[in-house]
Ligand binder design. Structure first.
Ligand code: C2O
Ligand code: CU
Ligand code: CU
Length: 490
């Protein structure tokens, strides 16, 4: 007997993690292939257009959900391929019934081009902006950054990936064949009701701890299988979830060879047994599939997940479990020998420069991320804050000096908080007073603060008091709930 996805979902408890696809099905060579988002390559045209639109998506094959997307997609948008040294003219058109702002997360551009909450686009209007790109290759993303509405918008689909490329990946010995050996995985958990409809109905617990789901979507798809060549594959991992932290690993126990963090490549690959990835963060890893065996990208549960997850996890092979320690599947990787192998050896070096900022005269700032206690609500959101202040549109927290480096010490209360800064890259100096974990050694724009983190931030982009940069927790319910501040750079 073969279990169908329908059987599995019907068998899942309301709070349980809905299984994507039983292991037996994909290992027999079946299962629907994962699709990459369409690629929108602006490297030669120097221009792109994103049209935000409403749509209907049937994620689980059982019921339509009303969703938002860009261009031809009813959920999420295309991958934008942009050059690392290029001016790109962006047009963002709002065909939605309400305003939204679109932020380029990780792009180093001035506050006036950053797409934060001070740059909303009204319905039927177009925002046109020149993006002057000059930064290292990296995997970035774009998403709604609308005042008080970011969590709702992103979960509805207003997000997509960005590849910043200098065209030199072949010289680095890295897989670069889009969708073949170079896969982009936008990982998001979403909550589905028993009828198979996606719901976003945050209760007080969700506002406090962040909203987690019961189905894993990869690129907006559930229960898919990635067909990959029998060689070295590159996974560009993007945690686009509202709140869930993943501990990614290979089920077969293979290393994930970390080659890039948020803001770009490392000097050389670092072999990791597992990779923790918090909302907003990206990482690129190589996986060696030269032995020809199938594998599964899984996530182990971790402290943050255990604290946030209201229910059980998706168990191995699609069975349900309630123990938060259980692993759950993200994506089966099925070796397809008909796909050409381009890279069959791990590169020894990637050649990028690791962060080593001069902090001798650094200005120091301390930030304490605070979660409001149950029941405290402001504008329908829990009352979260930084240093005792909830975000206000017309309150500037401080001014940074352009061309300087600052040392920030960030303390997080109650749970892990992915801390993100706009318009800057940073170096993690220490975590909980100790050494930096291997996954945080490269250039970052978001770091999971689980206790205390100290970072050195370099400010090279200007931002006015009217179009300032944001810094915030990337758990989107925390961000909308006020765990955000803003600064200008002069
Ligand atoms: Cu990815 Cu301020 O956001
Ligand atoms: Cu950002
Ligand atoms: Cu937070």
């Amino acid at each position: 007997m073969t279990l169908t996805r329908r059987d599995l979902i019907a068998g899942a408890g309301a709070a349980g993690f809905v299984a994507a696809l039983p292991m037996a099905a994909w290992s027999q060579g079946r299962g629907t292939a994962l699709q990459m988002p369409p690629l929108l390559d602006a490297t030669s045209s120097g221009a792109f257009e994103l049209v935000a639109r409403t749509g209907v998506t049937d994620f689980l094959g059982r019921a339509p959900s009303s969703t938002w997307g860009f261009n031809d997609q009813t959920f999420l948008g295309p991958i934008l391929r942009l050059g690392t040294d290029q001016t790109v003219n962006a047009s963002v058109i709002n065909n939605l019934p309400e305003p939204f702002a679109l932020h380029w997360h990780g792009l180093l551009v001035p506050g006036s081009a950053d797409g934060g909450p001070h740059l909303p686009i009204s319905p039927s209007k177009t925002w046109t902006v020149d993006l002057n790109i000059n930064q290292p290759p990296a995997t970035l993303w774009y998403h709604s950054h609308t005042h008080l509405r970011t969590a709702d918008h992103v979960q509805k689909g207003l997000a997509g990936g960005i590849h910043l490329t200098d065209g030199r990946d072949d010289a680095r010995g890295l897989p670069s064949d889009y969708g073949i050996d170079d896969l982009t995985l936008i990982i998001q958990d979403r909550r589905f009701d028993r009828g198979g409809r996606m719901v976003y109905d945050p209760g007080v617990h969700d506002e406090m701890m962040g909203f987690t789901g019961n189905v894993i979507l990869v690129n907006g798809q559930a229960g898919r299988v990635a067909a990959v060549p029998r060689g070295i594959i590159r996974l560009r991992l993007l945690n686009g979830s509202n709140a869930r932290v993943y501990d990614l690993a290979s089920r077969a126990g293979k290393s994930l060879h970390l080659i890039a963090t948020d803001s770009g490549f490392l000097d050389r690959p670092r072999a990791l047994d597992s990779l923790r990835l918090a909302p907003g963060e990206r990482a690129e890893v190589l996986v060696d599939l030269t032995n020809g065996r199938d594998d599964v990208l899984v996530s182990g549960a971790n402290q943050s997940v255990a604290m946030m997850g209201g229910g059980g996890m998706m168990g191995r092979g699609g069975t349900m479990g309630s123990a938060p320690q259980e692993r759950f599947d993200i994506l089966p990787l099925r070796v397809d020998t008909s796909l050409a192998v381009r890279i069959d050896r791990l590169p020894e070096s990637i050649g990028a420069t690791m962060p080593d900022l001069d902090t001798r005269n650094a200005v120091r700032r301390d930030f304490s991320l605070q979660t409001g206690m149950g029941g405290m609500m402001v504008r329908g959101r829990s009352f979260h804050s930084i240093n005792g202040h909830s975000f206000e549109m017309n309150r500037l927290n401080f001014t940074a000096k352009r061309g300087t480096t600052e040392i920030w010490t960030i303390d997080g209360q109650m749970m892990g908080h992915p801390f993100h800064i706009h318009g800057a890259m940073f170096q993690v100096l220490s975590e909980n007073g100790g050494p930096v974990s291997p996954r945080n050694l490269g250039w970052k724009d978001t770091v999971l603060v689980d206790g205390r983190a100290q970072i050195a931030v370099r400010f090279d982009q200007a931002a006015s008091a009217e179009k300032p940069f944001m810094f915030h927790c990337h758990i989107l319910e925390h961000e909308d709930g006020g765990m955000m501040g803003q600064f200008n750079v002069v």
